[in-house]
Design a protein around this ligand. Structure first.
Ligand SMILES: Nc1ncnc2c1ncn2[C@@H]1O[C@H](COP(=O)(O)OP(=O)(O)OP(=O)(O)O)[C@@H](O)[C@H]1O
Ligand SMILES: O=c1[nH]cc([C@@H]2O[C@H](CO)[C@@H](O)[C@H]2O)c(=O)[nH]1
Length: 365
């Protein structure tokens, strides 16, 4: 593998100071941070270690089959009073669970393909452009007859969600044929991530396709009602590598109580019996529980200032997958995921543009 002169210079700086960020590298080399990030990404693809053991490899690819939305976030300046007009600020950004996971993966340097649907409208143009610019391969993002999905959220002054309305629109139209068109990519992928927002018949088809291929499948159940619909799809004949519910979604997936850690452990075992290797239970600011062949591991959340919690779970899942592909043990990958979640929560953006750089720094110690 040959490196360019500029890549060699960057490697030398990283060897001298593993905590150096792309801004400092840019200053040392008299170039821009954007240019340094491109070099870092290329170095990753050439297999050069950038973080604590997370080697990024050109051969590994991920396919995410999932939802795309335009997120509209309105932040009230004061405690929200319903039935009134609350003064505040608002911003739009590309969202959707599957899309967010794909963008975070691509930003971390993983070759990522997104299979998704958007509308033939201006919002679709914007989310497609943002997703592609982040490095996601979007050739399987199709235009549907329905509008691009939207997720409209009201946050209070503390960044906590007050209420949200989602209209998945085009994503609801994503059908098995659409997934089937990407079957070669799915077959070649090291990992396939399935966003539980998809129509159940589409998820069923995607699960079949992905579990027949050699790669690993990660399923994000997204909500209690979706988890209840997903429950019948889990079957030991279609072994899933990881499922990532919160406590209530785990209850919906298994029909078992999940209030105590002991109950969570039992419910996780019920999923293991249905072919799920890892059950990663998210507990918000309480961290997570990871159940798998190595037993039960408790992970702490990384303490952080809360600006906006939207997308924390998506960043966490992307970082987890990225680290796994680079050979990390599941518990180490999950800890990396918590670092990504904390960085996302401390920022008003659903997907942080500088996530890669910050993660390299926060895990290189
Ligand atoms: N208040 C908080 N303080 C610190 N970390 C938090 C907080 N809330 C969430 N996190 C972090 O974000 C991770 C994901 O959040 P959570 O468990 O709420 O998942 P989720 O419900 O899937 O999130 P999402 O809002 O993306 O759907 C947590 O495991 C934790 O690391
Ligand atoms: O019903 C839904 N609500 C929210 C989302 C998305 O969740 C993302 C954050 O995790 C956010 O970007 C929103 O679009 C969705 O896809 N479906």
């Amino acid at each position: 593998m040959s490196l360019t002169d500029r890549e060699r210079e960057i490697v030398a700086l990283l060897r001298r100071d593993p905590l150096i960020g792309s801004e400092a590298i840019a200053q040392e080399l008299g170039t821009t941070r954007a240019a340094v990030n491109v070099h870092l990404s290329n170095l990753g693809k050439k297999g050069v270690i950038l973080g604590r053991g997370y080697v990024l490899s050109e051969q590994q690819s991920v396919v995410v089959v999932g939802g795309v939305n335009m997120d509209v976030k309105a932040r009230s300046r004061r405690a929200v009073v319903s039935g009134t007009s609350n003064p505040g600020t608002s911003a739009m950004s590309a969202g959707g669970v599957g899309r967010n996971i794909a963008e975070n993966l691509a930003r971390l340097g993983t070759r990522t393909h997104l299979v998704a649907a958007i509308g033939a409208d201006g919002l679709g143009d914007q989310v497609l452009a943002a997703t592609s610019a982040a490095g996601v391969h979007v050739e399987h993002v199709r235009r549907s007859a329905r509008a691009t999905g939207t997720y409209t959220a009201v946050l209070d002054a503390n960044g906590e969600l007050v209420v949200a309305v989602s209209d998945m629109a085009a994503t609801d139209e994503l059908d098995p044929d659409h997934v089937n068109a990407a079957r070669d990519l799915v077959a070649a992928a090291s990992l396939v991530v399935l966003d539980g927002n998809l129509a159940t018949a589409t998820l069923d088809f995607a699960l079949d396709l992905a579990t027949r291929a050699a790669g690993r499948v990660v399923l994000e159940p997204v909500s209690v009602p979706k988890a209840a619909l997903l429950a019948p799809l889990l079957d030991a004949d279609r072994p899933i590598f990881a499922v990532t519910p919160n406590r209530d979604e785990l209850a919906a997936l298994t029909g078992l109580p999940t209030r105590t850690d002991l109950q969570v452990e039992k419910a996780a075992r019920a999923l293991h019996d249905r072919g799920v290797e890892l059950v990663w239970v998210r507990l918000g600011s309480g961290g997570s529980l990871l159940s798998g062949p190595a037993g039960l591991v408790t992970l702490d959340a990384v303490p952080t200032e809360v600006v906006d919690v939207t997308g924390a779970g998506d960043a966490m899942l992307a970082a987890f997958c990225h680290a796994l592909l680079d050979g990390a043990e599941p518990a180490a990958a999950a800890a990396y995921g918590h670092a990504a979640a904390a960085l996302t929560i401390a920022s008003p953006h659903t997907v942080r543009p500088d996530l890669t750089d910050r993660l390299v720094r926060s895990t290189t110690a």
